[in-house]
Design a binder for this molecule. Sequence first.
Ligand SMILES: [Zn+2]
Length: 184
Amino acid sequence: MSKASCAGLPKSVDPYKLAEQNSTLEGEIPLSALSRFREAVLEVGEAAVCSVKLSFYMDGERRRIVSGELEAPATLECQRCMGHMQTTLTSRFTLGLVTSDEQAQRLPKDLEPFLTDDFSADLWSMVEDELLLVLPPFPLHERAECPADEDLEALEPKGAPEQGDAPAKENPFSVLADLKKTKH
Ligand SMILES: [Zn+2]
C-alpha cells in the first residue's frame, strides 16, 4: 500500500480522542479504494476522489459527535436513455459515536449512530456509507440534456390524461351511437 499523500484523509483514527480535542480533519479518499461505491455506480474516474471534511467534538450532553460534509464525482446510468450521466454527489451528516447497539439506541433521533471500536474508527468505510446513502435511486439527465426526451411519458407515472394533444381515437361506441342516430 502506498503512503497516503498529505491531502489524504486518514483511514483509521481514534474518534474519541479527536472529539475531545475538537479536531477537524480534511482530506481526500480515492474513489477507486471504495469497492462498494465503485460497484454501485457505472464508473469512477481513475484519479477521482471524494473530498471530505469532518469535525469531531462533544455536544452539550457530552456525546461524541462527528459532523461532516463530502463531495464526489460519479458517473451514473440515466434511467431514461441508459446513457452515461455525470453528477456530483454531496452530503452533510451528523453522527453520534457509539461502541454498542445499546448506545446507538439511546441517541436522540436527529443523530445517526456511527458504530466504532473503542479506540479506532474506519473513516473511509463511514464516508462510503454516506456516499451510498446519497446515490439517487432513479438517476435522470436534465430533460434538455437527455437524448431520450421523447420517451419521457412512458416512464413517468400516469397523471391526468392529456387532452387535445393526440388525435382522439375513434370510440366504437360513438360510432354505434352515430349509426343509431342515422337510422332514426
Ligand atoms: Zn438520459
